[in-house]
Ligand binder design. Structure first.
Ligand code: PHB
Length: 375
């Protein structure tokens, strides 16, 4: 696409998501980095955690890595939580640095459901809508790779308890200085497990019909909205992803209903993983453009966008903003590089989940002198 006046391109212009003013329409997608202080109780906010997010504050909006709403909601080593006071204090250091640098930040509130193991949850049996283990998915624990056990099919009381955990997480996010929350409804984790008929075989009010499978997600949305207001709440969805052994016989019907209900509730945004998470965008079975038209809040597009696709998506009105994951991981100054059409650093998968600064805070930004010369 030919874009002569790059500074006037909408991708780089200010915008608004719900009640949150953003300096540009480039979003940092949530990225699991496994660098919280596990010994201290899954606490974020170390110097390198703060530095990592501060470096990426050129984004109009940052969505935090998934942060579990309770110990049972954890599925990977050293992911941060948002249920204890120590965790809230840790997040405060991060949100403060991001705000000082001129960006906005949401907490991605997360429960992994069956994608876990008792070695990660402090001995608790993972929850799921139905007692079905994910085929071909393993858990990574301090004792090594583990087969994932059959999860506990949640009782109505346990469902209410988890809804309450999401509500508490949203309250904690506001205490921690976040601008709002993104509910993690994607990628085969607990909420997605309820949405799909492949993982939800319940015959009570939370399973069976499309409306029943959407009930858990919508109860969480309602609880979070009651706590912090719809203008600060969005949800991440992935209608077609096969990630984490999720499957659905009719995703168009499931997500059409869910999005209609989200629209009625006036939530601020949908963050859409288009296609297979981290893979092909071109899977048949869901009409993203129709979803975008049926929803009055902001549409954040994600998955495999490059500069040209992102500029085009926002310019054409197909999306209000575009989220970048791995590109942001490897390029702390991604918005500046996109503006200039500069080359990008490539991400190193070997260091995605390893402790310490290597592959975390040491990806180089463009040389400042070089930037000044180009400007
Ligand atoms: C991951 O840790 O690989 C991961 C976590 C959350 C997602 C996707 C991937 O939504």
């Amino acid at each position: 696409m030919n874009v002569p006046k790059i500074q006037q391109t909408r991708l780089f212009q200010p915008g608004r998501i719900g009640c949150i003013d953003i300096a540009n329409r480039i979003v940092m997608a949530p990225l699991t980095r496994c660098r919280a202080d596990e010994a201290a109780g899954d606490v974020p906010g170390s110097d390198i955690n703060v530095e990592y997010y501060r470096q990426r504050s050129g984004a109009g909006l940052i969505v935090s890595e998934g942060t579990q709403v309770s110990p049972r909601g954890k599925g990977y080593m050293a992911t941060p939580g948002i249920y204890s006071d120590a965790q809230v204090e840790g997040w405060k250091a991060i949100t403060h640095a991001v705000h000082q640098a001129g960006s906005k930040m949401l907490a991605q509130i997360w429960h992994v459901g069956r994608i876990s193991h008792p070695e990660l949850t402090g001995g608790l049996q993972p929850f799921a809508p139905s007692a079905l283990a994910p085929e071909g998915v393993v858990a990574y624990t301090h004792q090594g790779k583990r087969d994932i056990p059959v999860p506990l099919a949640m009782s109505a009381e346990q469902i209410a308890e988890v809804v309450g955990e999401f509500r508490r997480a949203a309250a904690n996010a506001m205490r921690a200085g976040f601008d709002g929350v993104e509910i993690h409804g994607a990628n085969g984790y607990l909420i997605d497990q309820f949405l799909r008929d492949g993982t939800n075989r319940r015959d009570d009010a939370y399973g069976g019909s499309v409306a029943a499978r959407c009930r858990f997600a919508l109860e969480i949305v309602d609880a979070v909205v009651a706590e912090i207001g719809a203008a600060r709440v969005g949800i991440r969805l992935s209608p077609l992803t096969p990630f984490n052994a999720i499957s659905d016989s009719h995703p168009q019907a499931t997500f059409e209903h869910l999005i209609e209900q989200l629209d009625r509730r006036g939530v601020a945004f949908i963050h859409m993983i288009e296609g297979a998470t981290g893979g092909s965008r071109d899977l048949p079975g869901f009409d993203y453009a129709a979803a975008r038209k049926s929803f009055r809040g902001a549409y954040i597009a994600n998955n495999g966008y490059d500069r040209t696709l992102a500029i085009d998506a926002v310019e054409s009105g197909r999306a209000d903003a575009v989220a970048f994951g791995r590109a942001f991981l490897a390029n702390p100054d991604l918005p500046s590089r996109l503006r200039r059409g500069a080359p990008l650093n490539q991400p190193d998968p070997q260091s995605f989940y390893t402790p310490g600064p290597a592959g975390y805070t040491d990806y180089p930004a463009l040389d400042l002198d070089e930037q000044a010369a180009e400007a």
